[in-house]
Design a protein around this ligand. Structure first.
Ligand code: MD6
Ligand code: FE
Length: 216
């Protein structure tokens, strides 16, 4: 922990337990937020945001891209992790060290030591964009947690149970909040309510979410 404090990665807020295995680290990424956004600019030069199509034929309201050895993609044939960006035809941009360090450090603090993310999905929500209730289950190793970093405009995160019908809790996520999610909560249904309009000093008129995973 001392090393984290000295390198400026100290958590600035409290922690809130969402369920066994799932925790919100309030403000954990706040001091790094501007540095993360600068890294994002370089990623977008190579692999820009795009709105993907679901297997059912709907275009998602959330725009997405990835960095790391693997990227999450969806098209008419299904959901999967792919080493290549289908838009650029090239490998996804490398996961920047500040991204990886933040994710590993947040996982560690939440009780998941040794997290080794190989995929970072980057989501952009503009006003009205939403993510309907889903489970994250495309990863091969469900023993590894997911680390989710919120930047920019606030959003209402829906956090349910293992069944789609379980009534979700509503949790407001602010810029700099980090959710770490694994163990008994790994397959909980969750989503994001339609984003409210606003303007944020860091991102402008949108919310950016980084989700780190071990895909392979
Ligand atoms: C989002 N997050 O916050 C969408 N999945 O924009 C997710 O879908 C998510 O935050 C798994 C674990 C944490 C998450
Ligand atoms: Fe998810």
């Amino acid at each position: 922990m001392n090393g984290d404090l000295l390198s400026g990665l100290a958590p600035t807020g409290g922690r809130e337990l969402l369920a066994e295995g799932a925790v919100v680290l309030r403000g954990f990424a706040a001091s790094e937020a501007a540095a993360l956004m600068a890294e994002l600019d370089a990623i977008l030069d190579v692999s820009p945001f795009r709105r993907m199509v679901t297997p059912g034929g709907y275009q998602m309201s959330v725009a997405m891209t990835n960095c790391g050895a693997r990227g999450w993609v969806t098209d008419r044939t299904g959901y999967r992790y792919d080493a290549l960006d289908p838009v650029s035809g090239r490998p996804w941009p490398t996961m920047p060290a500040p991204f990886r360090c933040l994710a590993v450090s947040a996982a560690d603090v939440a009780g998941y030591a040794g997290f080794a993310p190989d995929a970072c999905l980057i989501n952009r929500y503009e006003p009205g964009a939403r993510l309907s209730l889903h489970q994250d289950r495309n990863e091969r190793d469900l023993a590894a947690p997911v680390v989710s970093v919120s930047l920019g405009l606030p959003a209402t995160f829906l956090f349910g149970g293992p069944q789609r019908r379980d009534r979700p809790r509503r949790v407001r996520l602010e810029s700099g909040d980090v959710v770490v999610w694994g163990g008994p909560a790994r397959l909980a249904f969750h989503g994001i309510e339609p984003l409210a309009d606003g303007d944020h000093a860091l991102t402008g008129r949108c919310r950016i979410n980084l989700t780190f995973r071990r895909a392979l």
